[in-house]
Each structure stands twice: as structure tokens, then as C-alpha cells.
Design a protein around this ligand. Structure first.
Ligand code: ADP
Ligand code: MN
Length: 174
């Protein structure tokens, strides 16, 4: 069965704005927004506990199984701070959100991050870890970096993605 809309991946270091962008996009386009972290929590898709970081370890195979039907239907916006374990075939386009280190530091502090967790996440952004992961996991021409420092940039990103979705629908559904 043909997909009824494109599948979009929003990825990037925690705090770069994936959830804000994804929810707003869903509202404006009618696509369905799925937060992988929330899904895992809701359905308990974990394979253990990380003592060092005090967080659950995602069961990636279970997450992929859980999402497969959604992705076959199409029209999904997926939000997660990693991307190498999703099947490459799922996504029509991948956006990697980027934020200036100092702004990100403040955002994560406001979220209550401190110590090693805060430092590691800011380092993840400095080293472009998620961007490299996305480039290694998907065809380079579908991976796009988006600056996400200001509300103006957020709005700009939303407008560009909305236009891209409209074009996808024209090309694939009519
Ligand atoms: P993520 O889902 O990637 O962890 P969030 O969407 O939760 O990030 O955003 C983290 C915080 O940063 C929120 O307080 C949000 O309002 C703010 N924020 C996100 N994107 C921007 C932006 N482009 N400009 C200003 N603030 C932003
Ligand atoms: Mn989020």
C-alpha cells in the first residue's frame, strides 16, 4: 500500500528543539507526531538500566517493531536524539537540529540537567555526533542540518518543511 504522506525524522542533541518543531509541524500539516522517548516509556520498551547515566536503556528492536506499521502508513514525524537503529528505508527526509553550545547549555540547565549529563550532552553537540550519525545512516542528499537557535529560525524551519511536505504530496499523491 502506498504511503499517504512522507515520513520525516527529526533528530539532534537533546535540547535542540525537536519536540517543539515536531509538535508544531504536526499541528500545521496534519501529519502524526511520534516522540520515541515517550513511546518507549508508555510501552516499557527497555532492555535494562544504565547505572552511570541513571536512565533506562532503549530496546531498539522493540521500538522498531512498534513503529513499523506507522511507517508503512506514512505521514509520520519521528522525534529522537539518535537515528542509527531506524531502518534506512523508513525516512523520506532527515533533519538534524543544531544549536550553539552556549545556548544549548542554558536550555539544558533550565531543563534540570547538571554535572556529567549536562557536559556530555553539550559535548555531543560540539562534536556533531548526531549529524555524523545521520550522515552515516542515511543517503547524504536526504540529510539536512537545521539551525535552531532562535524563535525566528524555528519559524523559518517550520515554513520550509511545510513547503517540502506540500511538494512531496503533489509529487506522490496526485
Ligand atoms: P528537544 O526535544 O530537542 O530536547 P525541545 O523542543 O524540548 O528540545 O526544546 C528545548 C527548549 O529549547 C524548550 O524550552 C524550547 O522552548 C527551547 N527551544 C527549542 N527550539 C528553540 C529555538 N529555535 N529558539 C529558541 N528556543 C528554542
Ligand atoms: Mn524532546
Amino acid at each position: 500500500m502506498a504511503k499517504h504522506g512522507p515520513n520525516i525524522l527529526l533528530t539532534g542533541t537533546p535540547g535542540t528543539g525537536k519536540t517543539t518543531l515536531g509538535q508544531e509541524l504536526a499541528e500545521r500539516t496534519g501529519l502524526s507526531y511520534i516522540n520515541v522517548g515517550d513511546l518507549a516509556k508508555e510501552k516499557n520498551l527497555y532492555e535494562g538500566y544504565d547505572e552511570e547515566y541513571n536512565c533506562n536503556i532503549l530496546d531498539e528492536d522493540q521500538v522498531v517493531d512498534e513503529l513499523e506499521d506507522h511507517m508503512e502508513n506514512g505521514g509520520r514525524i519521528i522525534d529522537y536524539h539518535g537515528c542509527e537503529f531506524f531502518p534506512e528505508r523508513w525516512f523520506d527526509i532527515v533533519f538534524v537540529l543544531r544549536t550553539d553550545n552556549t545556548l544549548l547549555y542554558t536550555r539544558l540547565q533550565e531543563r534540570g540537567y547538571s554535572g556529567k549529563k549536562l557536559e556530555d550532552n553539550v559535548q555531543c553537540e560540539i562534536f556533531q555526533t548526531i549529524l555524523e550519525e545521520a550522515k552515516d545512516s542515511y543517503k547524504p542528499d536526504i540529510v539536512h542540518e537545521l539551525q535552531s537557535n532562535t524563535p525566528e529560525e524555528m519559524e523559518d524551519n517550520i515554513e520550509k518543511i511545510v513547503l517540502w511536505i506540500e511538494k512531496w504530496k503533489q509529487d506522490h499523491l496526485s
